[in-house]
Design a protein around this ligand. Structure first.
Ligand SMILES: NC(=O)c1ccc[n+]([C@@H]2O[C@H](COP(=O)([O-])OP(=O)(O)OC[C@H]3O[C@@H](n4cnc5c(N)ncnc54)[C@H](OP(=O)(O)O)[C@@H]3O)[C@@H](O)[C@H]2O)c1
Ligand SMILES: [Zn+2]
Ligand SMILES: [Zn+2]
Length: 361
């Protein structure tokens, strides 16, 4: 079968012929891959900055944001049957008996770092025709979400962040959902803005460029406002947005993140999701930040995706987005490319949100 493979040692990316996987235990299912979303992580992998092939393999099959159709289910599989649509999780547990997180099925909190990730770290991904997976890593998706369910995986970043947010905010015995600021208008930021809107926040999205016509219209349609960092300082942004209760950071740019951190409101939570490259030190007024954090009971946390229930919440939220904003949700998928043109899908469309490799229809 065809697969998109990265050879880090040879610095090559190409479509290869890979052996078709077979079910080897009764708890597995075999899937035909339909859609695979492309994100910055894939772009880093095909630029050889990131990504590790499985032990003994020269190449890594990329792709971690997927939608597939079950074609065969082992005798002990009860959750799904042939014909069902499923989204697969990405991270697989480390092998260490001492890692309580992985042993509990919470490899998103792995203590050892020896987890694997399909399409990213020591485990082949989904940009291929067929995959085999254990039932526990599959999440059933309603047929009505066929066109957009490839967005489930990137949406789990927001789902886990929201869960962390509400866990922290159990410390205050009242409801307070006023002002959320999302940093970054990439797919992670836009999906986060949608989730925060559904959760009842007024949402402002603060991202670099003032020239995002398509993204602006997406944000208008969901009732969020766009503020451009190139034309508005963080002080201007804070004045427009109001007293900030939550920041959902989705830029991977520590300079803008720490600049906005100083504008956090009372009892607020700042969630980092971006993974910056190593750009070297930047000046930050740490006295101001520490003072604010203490005197305003602020919490800063980092969040990496995602537990199984975040996939369930993402599927539910996507259903709500599809009812409330059907056209807008579909417009998040900028273009679909056949597998042979996967390398074109990995190019950035200046104002697009998500390119998808449509492996099968
Ligand atoms: N935590 C997790 O589990 C997880 C999982 C996947 C990805 N991530 C991370 O999430 C982050 C966002 O992902 P994505 O796919 O949405 O990325 P993306 O498409 O690259 O979008 C990033 C956005 O941030 C904006 N931005 C970048 N630098 C900025 C700056 N200095 N000031 C203001 N805005 C800035 C960009 O603005 P313009 O478009 O205006 O230039 C862009 O809209 C990445 O760092 C990625 O590594 C985290
Ligand atoms: Zn991704
Ligand atoms: Zn572990």
């Amino acid at each position: 079968m065809r697969a998109v493979a990265v050879y880090p040692a040879k610095r090559e990316v190409r479509v290869v012929d890979h052996p078709e996987p077979k079910i080897t235990s009764g708890t597995q299912a075999r899937m035909r891959v339909l859609d695979v979303g492309v994100c910055g992580t894939d772009r880093d992998i095909v630029s050889f900055e990131y990504g590790t092939p499985p032990e003994g393999s020269e190449y890594l099959i990329i792709g971690h944001e997927s939608l597939s159709e079950v074609v065969e289910a082992g005798p002990q599989v009860s959750k799904v049957k042939p014909g069902d649509l499923v989204v697969m999780t990405v991270r697989r547990p480390c092998p260490h008996p001492s890692c309580v997180a992985c042993r509990e099925g919470r490899q998103d909190f792995c203590y050892t770092g020896d987890f694997t990730e399909r399409g990213i770290k020591q485990n082949h991904g989904y940009m291929t025709e067929f995959v085999v997976e254990e039932e526990r890593y599959l999440h059933l998706v309603p047929r009505g979400l066929r066109d957009v369910a490839v967005l489930v995986e990137p949406l789990t970043i927001a789902e886990k962040s929201l869960e962390q947010l509400w866990a922290v905010q159990r410390r205050v015995p009242w409801e307070h959902r006023r002002c959320a600021v999302v940093l970054g208008a990439g797919p992670v930021g836009i999906l986060g803005a949608m989730a925060l809107k559904i959760e009842g926040f007024e949402v402002s999205v603060y991202s670099r460029s003032p020239n995002h016509e398509e993204k602006n219209s997406i944000l208008n349609a969901i009732g969020a406002q766009y503020i451009a960092a190139e034309t508005h300082s963080s002080e201007d942004m804070a004045k427009i947005a109001g007293s900030i209760d939550v920041v959902y950071e989705a830029t991977g740019a520590s300079s803008v993140a720490f600049d906005v951190l100083k504008h956090l409101g009372p009892n607020a939570v700042f969630v980092f999701t971006g993974v910056p490259g190593r750009g070297g030190p930047i000046p930050v007024d740490t006295d101001e930040i520490m003072r604010n954090m203490v005197l305003n009971n602020q919490v800063v946390l980092g969040s990496v995706n995602a537990p199984p229930h975040a996939f369930q919440s993402a599927i539910q939220h996507l259903g709500i987005f599809a009812q409330r904003w059907p056209e807008t949700l579909r417009s998040l998928i900028t273009a679909r490319f056949p597998l042979e043109r996967a390398l074109d899908a990995l190019q950035i469309h200046p104002d697009g949100v998500k390119n998808v490799v449509a492996v099968a229809s």
